[in-house]
Ligand binder design. Sequence first.
Ligand code: SAM
Length: 379
Amino acid sequence: MPLVLEEHRHYLTDSVRLSAFRRAIAEVVRLGDIVLDLGSGTGILGLLACQAGARRVYAVDHSGMIEVARAIGHTNGFHDRMVFIKALSTQVTLPEHVDVVVADQIGGFGIDAGIVEYFCDARTRFLKPGGVMIPARLELSVAPVETPQLWECLTSWERTPAGLKFEPVRTLAANTCYPASYRPEHVLGEPIVLTVLDPSLGFPALQQYEGRSVVHRSGTVHGIGGWFSAQLSPGVTMSNAPLAKEPISRRQVFFPIEQPVSVETDDWVQVRMTIEPTTLLITWIVEIWGPAPVRKARFVHSAFRGLLLSREDLQRMQPQFVPRLSSWGQARRTILELCDGHRSVAVIEQELRYRHPHLFSSPQQVAAFVAQVIAQGVE
Ligand SMILES: C[S@@+](CC[C@H](N)C(=O)[O-])C[C@H]1O[C@@H](n2cnc3c(N)ncnc32)[C@H](O)[C@@H]1O
């Protein structure tokens, strides 16, 4: 069941987030500005830009939400200033450069929803010299957390449902990051600001970020919690940190460790993270130190080891692999060749069925396949 509307309703009901964007947009957008609302969803950030005096707003969303945004733009009387474009921002061209790019493509750990890729592209292709990106800065923080519930994500694989063993999955599970909903009491030590970055400038080449957190109460470390703080404008920041005074309602991230470790007040936890700049896959190395100092434990985890790659996928990634079109690939090629600016969808469906009679069992299946292919590569 599609829950897209529910997701966007949730964004609109987060009053802390909305207030932060409203204040930041009012601070940054000047009368007559051109604004790009990147990943517009309901169009809320574009509407706030109109209220702040924007002359024109390009609302871009690659999902069906663009139609919802269009309807909301009309209902609020801003349709004459808003241009709605259904496309991925990296594939869109705009007829003019913009003064402001605004987006809330910020993941639970800041970078994990694509903001770096989309902002780099938007700054390069759309932003006027001296233009402003919202957010302009992201701060990524981590801290040791006590969260027995989330640690179940690992231990569940040690059980034997129906008398069967699932142990091989545990290594994958221990190298996977999970969404989390921390309360302040889950945080065992002082948060560490790992890095501060301008997402529109991209990630520096493979670099290690590290810091040390002093434990402020005894407990059990199950892993490392990660969250962000985003500077939306010179005067406005928003954060999903569990210890923030007024956090927005967005989940954080859990990086598990191999085994839980008991800690006492004033022990410390050393965290080293590497973020691979193109894939954004994260490696986390965690050391837990007691007094003296004595190292209690050391764990090395990497999202690379948590990837669900089949041996067929791995084989295809080898540079010497020689790819050949499958019968579905050939059907795809047929459709794209038939999209010549003359043939209608009905004619393409008919021709496809004629040329690939063994692939489809019904006209509905043909129609669904054609719709899927032309949604991706056709104007
Ligand atoms: C997190 S929601 C935010 C929606 C809205 N801006 C808000 O603040 O409520 C992200 C939206 O951006 C869209 N989206 C994500 N990345 C995009 C991209 N690169 N280009 C176009 N749309 C994108 C998604 O379909 C989704 O509707």
